[in-house]
Design a protein around this ligand. Structure first.
Ligand code: MTE
Length: 332
């Protein structure tokens, strides 16, 4: 089986450079085959210059949960920077089920978001299947401002709507032996061409996992919406993880299954290349990716290159989860 060891968002160190340098190079390459699409377009203005305006695909018009939004903001979660404009978040995505570029929003419109059933299984008192609207009705809903830091060294800030993953764990009633929560994205190659066997040879479906302690930390959030509205399909509708102290690839989209397990699951990118995309993936500026630095990040929508913070600035909430203090253990 052909396994590409390197996801296309795995930019080379030379590409983790200030945006102007990057864009000049991209401008030269634009039109060439193999262009990693708008891989590092950091501002809408620049994106327009190079590629023309994007069509914006917002929240699906037929999303029956739309009437629930906006949720009341939980003021405990604040940002030091401006919220990233929604149009940028709606047009700059990683969602390999729909393609390997950042411009998958149009392809993602094929995703059918109803009916949508979520399975809660494994080491639980009783396995359950629940449709997403009943799940929303059972949860206490809120909005939170979070940072979002991709392993590619770019970041955004946005308001997620949803509920704490801890509430879903409680709802699932795991048995005491369960040590990890394994999450799985839908599998439907007809809808998601990236999942066909000829595409990439990746180990679909996309799988991610957290320890029970991580999953029940208050910061772990299941997002059902963003910017006060239901999630657009390209952002992982109808429900996805937001684990802001970890690199973005941990935040699995369009989840259909939560399994409570004893053994540590192998996550999607870990299976493809464990040396570069480890299980823990906690943000740490002191531990470079094997091929580029993680010391700073480009704030999308601005021209800023800012220092990256350990745990993406959420150390107060999560550092106690990683007590051995080893700089590397939990960062790969
Ligand atoms: N989930 C699935 N199912 N498929 C993916 O390709 N990409 C991940 C993560 N979740 C991905 C996924 C990566 S690499 C990132 S950075 C974030 O989703 C991107 O989320 P965004 O498009 O909302 O910014």
């Amino acid at each position: 089986m052909l396994i590409r060891r390197k996801p296309s968002w795995a930019i080379a160190e030379r590409d983790a450079t200030p945006e102007s340098v990057f864009l000049n190079r991209r401008a030269l390459l634009a039109g060439g085959a193999g262009l990693v699409a708008a891989g590092a377009i950091a501002t809408r203005a620049n994106a327009f210059t190079l590629f023309g305006p994007d069509k914006i695909y917002g929240p699906p018009e037929d999303d029956p949960s739309a009437k629930l939004y906006p949720f009341k903001r939980n003021e405990a979660f604040t940002l030091q920077r401006e919220v990233t404009p929604s149009d940028l978040n709606y047009t700059y995505n990683n969602y390999y089920e729909f393609g390997s570029s950042k411009k998958i929003a149009e392809a993602a419109q094929a995703l059918k978001i109803r009916p949508w059933t979520v399975k809660l299984d494994g080491m639980v008192e009783k396995e359950q299947e629940i449709d997403v609207d009943s799940l929303l009705a059972a949860m206490s809903l809120e909005e939170r401002l979070y940072r979002h830091r991709c392993v590619e060294a770019w970041s955004m800030q946005l308001p997620w709507s949803g509920f704490p993953l801890a509430a879903l764990v409680k709802f699932a009633k795991p048995l005491s032996g369960a040590k990890y929560v394994r999450m799985e994205t839908f599998m439907d190659p007809e809808t998601a061409p990236g999942q066909t066997s000829s595409s990439f040879g990746y180990p679909w479906p996309y799988v991610e996992a957290l320890t029970i302690e991580e999953a029940t930390n208050d910061l772990a959030f299941i997002a059902t919406g963003a910017y006060g509205k239901p999630l657009p399909k390209q952002m992982g509708s109808p429900l996805r993880l937001a684990a802001p102290w970890k690199y973005g690839f941990k935040s699995i989209k369009s989840i259909v299954r939560f399994s409570f397990v004893e053994e540590r699951p192998v996550s999607f990118w870990e299976e493809i290349n464990a040396r570069e995309y480890g299980f823990w993936a906690n943000v740490n500026p002191n531990v470079p990716h094997p091929r580029w630095s993680q010391a700073s990040e480009r704030v999308l929508g601005t021209d800023e290159l800012v220092p990256t913070q350990k745990f993406n600035g959420y150390g107060e909430q999560v550092a106690s989860l990683y007590p051995d203090g080893d700089e590397r253990t939990y960062f790969m």
